[in-house]
Design a protein around this ligand. Structure first.
Ligand SMILES: Cc1ncc(COP(=O)(O)O)c(C=O)c1O
Length: 388
């Protein structure tokens, strides 16, 4: 008899474990996992040290989050999106966006409900849905433009649809959904009375002329949307695992009911620090975008020189590249070849797909360009080996 509960029996070990091991073995440049190889801005680190040492922040924080961080989240939504959020009733602080997504699904979806998911997807959505005893319903994004077919989206809605998860800017495709795409999603969610769980962890990581629109700002959407974000990407502090959910009090209260028994409260001094960071002036945000715009260019230069093709990412620090012109084989075979022969780690997209649609990702691998400029320049030199 297996000791594992059925609920988790199908969950494999993440692809990142194998890729990170191989990366070490071959001393490969690791563009696999989406974690920066550079540090959190020192101004923000200094704040953390300050809050650790002031002596009042080393015990449990309030379960829904510190008043300072909840207010900072509300102020940020007002500053960038003109949204009015109640800092006390409309925000819950979580252990990263990962917990925010799980608590949202547990708090807002019943067993037997269906949850619509676009794919390729961030890999925690589907296990979360399964752990809630609900059923994922997949809507694929098609290359080369990584858009959905409106008829397929319409057909995905049923009487059992309870929620839809959207991620924009989108990992792994680098898409930022257009106003028209968001409009159709919104219209269908209103028509079918469906709750939206909007994962916006890359909300500031988009490249002009494209801009990010939270789906909660569309008419009739605020009251049916919980919006999720995280400090990890925005402040290059993925190890801190501070995220949050904001939205209308009734939905946020449901998320909070789940959250209180998952983590209860999040690391206290870090919350105070993120409150400070969210309140940084607009220049922080524009410099952050400029930094990633330059890294995106270095990444694209490297791929161009190697003959890999891709859709220019509009957002995030990911890019899906097609290798069909330079290699014949599965994404896994290509990723292993890349590590052993080229010395660069990329991620095969299998874990971002259901079995049903895994064929769509054939010929593609994901690169994460949240890395130092020096590393991205070395990647260009190494990728030249692909052609020899
Ligand atoms: C789309 C998406 N959502 C959520 C997360 C997780 O965020 P956190 O580290 O805050 O849990 C990630 C991290 O890569 C992500 O890409």
């Amino acid at each position: 008899m297996s000791s594992s509960a059925q609920r988790v029996a199908t969950f494999g070990t993440t692809i990142f474990t194998e890729m990170n091991q191989l990366a070490q073995e071959y001393q490969a440049l690791n563009l696999g996992q989406g974690k920066p190889d550079f540090d959190t801005p020192s101004e923000i680190l200094q704040q953390l040290i300050h809050f650790l040492q002031t002596g009042q922040h080393n015990q449990y924080a309030p379960g829904p989050g510190t008043p300072s961080l909840r207010k900072a989240v509300a102020d940020h939504a007002a500053r960038f999106y003109d949204l009015t959020i109640d800092p006390l009733e409309g925000v819950v602080v979580t252990a990263g966006a990962t917990e925010a997504i799980f608590a949202s699904i547990l708090g807002l979806v019943d067993p037997g409900d269906e949850v619509i998911v676009f794919e390729p997807f961030y890999d925690s959505y589907v296990p979360d849905i399964i752990m809630a005893n609900a059923t994922p319903v997949y809507v694929p994004l098609y290359p080369p433009d990584w858009t959905f077919d409106p008829d397929e989206l319409r057909a995905a809605f049923s009487k059992r649809t309870r929620a839809l998860i959207i991620n924009t800017p989108q990992n792994p495709t680098g898409r930022v959904f257009t106003h028209d795409e968001l409009g159709l999603i919104a219209q269908l969610c209103i028509e079918h009375d469906v709750t939206v769980i909007s994962d916006e962890v890359y909300e500031h990581l988009y490249f002009a002329p494209v801009a990010h629109t939270p789906i909660a700002t569309l008419p009739g959407m605020f009251e049916r949307t919980v919006t999720i974000s995280s400090a990890g990407k925005l402040f290059s502090a993925t190890g801190w695992k501070v995220g949050w959910v904001y939205g209308p009090p009734d939905l946020v209260a449901a998320v909070g009911r789940a959250h209180q028994f998952i983590t209860f409260a999040v690391h206290h001094p870090t919350q105070e620090t993120i409150a400070y960071a969210l309140n940084l002036p607009d220049t922080y945000y524009s410099e952050f975008q400029a930094m990633y715009s330059a890294k995106r260019q270095l990444m694209m230069n490297a791929l161009d020189a190697a003959g890999l093709t891709y859709r220019v990412p509009e957002g995030t620090y990911f890019l899906l590249a097609n290798y069909n012109d330079v290699f014949q084989g599965s994404p896994m075979e290509f990723a292993r070849h890349m590590i052993r022969k080229v010395g660069v780690v990329c991620i095969p997209p299998e874990s971002f797909y259901s079995e049903q649609h895994a064929h769509i990702g054939k010929g593609y691998v994901r690169f994460a360009f949240c890395k130092s400029d020096e590393m991205l320049e070395q990647v260009q030199q190494r990728l030249a080996r692909l052609n020899v």
